[in-house]
Write a protein that binds this ligand. Structure first.
Ligand SMILES: *Cc1c(COP(=O)(O)O)cnc(C)c1O
Length: 414
């Protein structure tokens, strides 16, 4: 029997079964159709069954579906690496592929820890992360994620680093509002920098940890402090990358280059799992040497899978050719407008950025039964705790988007 993710299996009865999809629509076996409000865990940004992506996949499959990247190279990997270097913040010039966001984070942290050893600084092995952060489900990724339902059963085996507060006041916070968080980071780095390899954050928006949004000024301060105290800055853009926050990458809001950046999820548009960990030249160069001692000893079997690379490359072209950032701005305007008319007393906060809209409710129990309610109204949404949110595919029609928000409204007005 199939074992489902983040699920108390005791309570699983019959799950809806998807049989096909098109655009933002998921068709179910029972004849119902649902508008996907969350892009299948934030990855299906071009919608389902996209003809151009299908064609890219088929074309590559007609040549070869996979070859090991150890001692052998191929154009899809080289071309995607070049495209990622071109579209990510200037200076991230080296690309390491892996098979999922969690592994991309693992690779980034391995790079960070080994970098300091490679240049002769022993003991810089701990990682600083933000409260409410989420960086994946593998062990090191859990260690840098905040304590939560995702990590609780393993707390006694996790080697935690340091956790700092996220800055208050949201995206538009004034500098003095975020100053306490900056001071906390500086105090920590000042005191413990000789033990710290890196500071990892989800830039601008923490997604799975509750859709907290914070100021780009904090990222600028973090960049300066990390440089000042010899700590690497790592941006986990697995959720925020590829336009989700309204910029191609959230890092652009702060106009800073992290030392390491991880992308995943939307990278391959939901066609298959893949991720990329990008690094600046100083990190890459520290791994050069005469033998394996300094090399990066990591190599997932399916890294740079040609099918994944071909789909990712075509996806990046679509984002550029079809002006996705304009689509995302239009989605943002509609979410803002419609959210402003939601008046339920159970809403504590409304947070909107890019193609993300999140409603923080007083209590998770207020969302019991919501998923079924949404399905009965033709919409697929899956709240996280007390957060009711949407992250639609960018190709969603205005009518579909309005339907999703209307379902949220109906539930809150019940
Ligand atoms: C989803 C997510 C991950 C983990 O990615 P997987 O592909 O599920 O392993 C890591 N970081 C962030 C910010 C994520 O949202």
């Amino acid at each position: 029997m199939l074992w489902y993710p983040y699920t108390q299996m005791k309570h699983v009865n019959e799950l809806p079964k998807m049989v096909s999809g098109e655009g933002a629509i998921m068709h179910l076996e029972d004849g119902r159709s649902l508008i996907d409000g969350i892009s299948s865990w934030w990855s299906v940004i071009h919608g389902y069954n996209h003809p151009a992506l299908n064609a890219a996949l088929a074309e590559q499959a007609g040549k070869f579906a996979h070859v090991m990247l150890g001692g052998m190279t191929h154009s899809p990997a080289l071309d995607l690496a070049a495209a990622l270097v071109r579209i990510t913040p200037a200076g991230l010039n080296h690309v390491f592929f892996s098979d999922s966001g969690s592994i991309g984070v693992e690779v980034g942290l391995k790079m960070a820890i080994q970098y300091w050893k490679n240049i002769g600084h022993q003991g810089k092995t701990r990682i600083v992360s933000l409260k409410n952060g989420y960086h994946g489900d593998t062990f090191k990724a859990m260690e840098v994620s905040d304590d939560s339902d995702f990590t609780r059963s393993y707390s006694d085996v996790l080697h935690r680093g340091f956790v700092v507060e996220i800055p208050a006041g949201g995206f538009d916070a004034a500098l003095d509002t975020i100053q306490p968080a900056i001071n906390q980071l500086e105090d920590l780095l000042k005191q413990h920098h000789d033990q710290i390899a890196a500071f990892i954050v989800e830039p601008i928006v923490q997604c799975a940890g509750g859709f907290h949004i914070y100021s780009p000024l904090y990222l600028q301060a973090a960049r300066e402090l990390c440089t000042k105290y010899n700590v690497l800055l790592v941006f986990d853009e697995v959720a925020t990358g590829f336009g989700r926050t309204g910029k191609l990458f959230a890092a652009e809001y702060a106009a800073v280059t992290p030392d390491i950046m991880i992308v995943g999820k939307a990278l391959t548009a939901g066609y298959m799992g893949h991720a990329a960990t990008l690094a600046i030249a100083a990190i890459y160069d520290s791994f050069l040497g005469e033998n394996y001692e300094k090399a990066l000893m990591h190599g997932p079997t399916f890294m740079a899978n040609p099918l994944a690379c071909a789909v990712a490359l075509r996806g990046i072209q679509l984002i550029e050719e079809e002006h996705y950032l304009e689509k995302i701005a239009r989605i943002n305007t509609i979410i803002r407008e419609k959210f402003s008319t939601l008046t339920s007393a159970s809403i504590i906060d409304k947070r909107v950025i890019g193609a993300i809209g999140a409603l923080e409710l007083e209590d998770a129990s207020l969302l019991t039964g919501f998923k079924t309610f949404a399905m009965d109204h033709g919409v697929w949404l899956r709240p996280i705790g007390n957060i009711l949110y949407l992250m639609p595919p960018y190709i969603i029609s205005e009518q579909e988007l309005l339907t999703i928000i209307d379902v949220m409204r109906k539930w809150l007005e019940r």
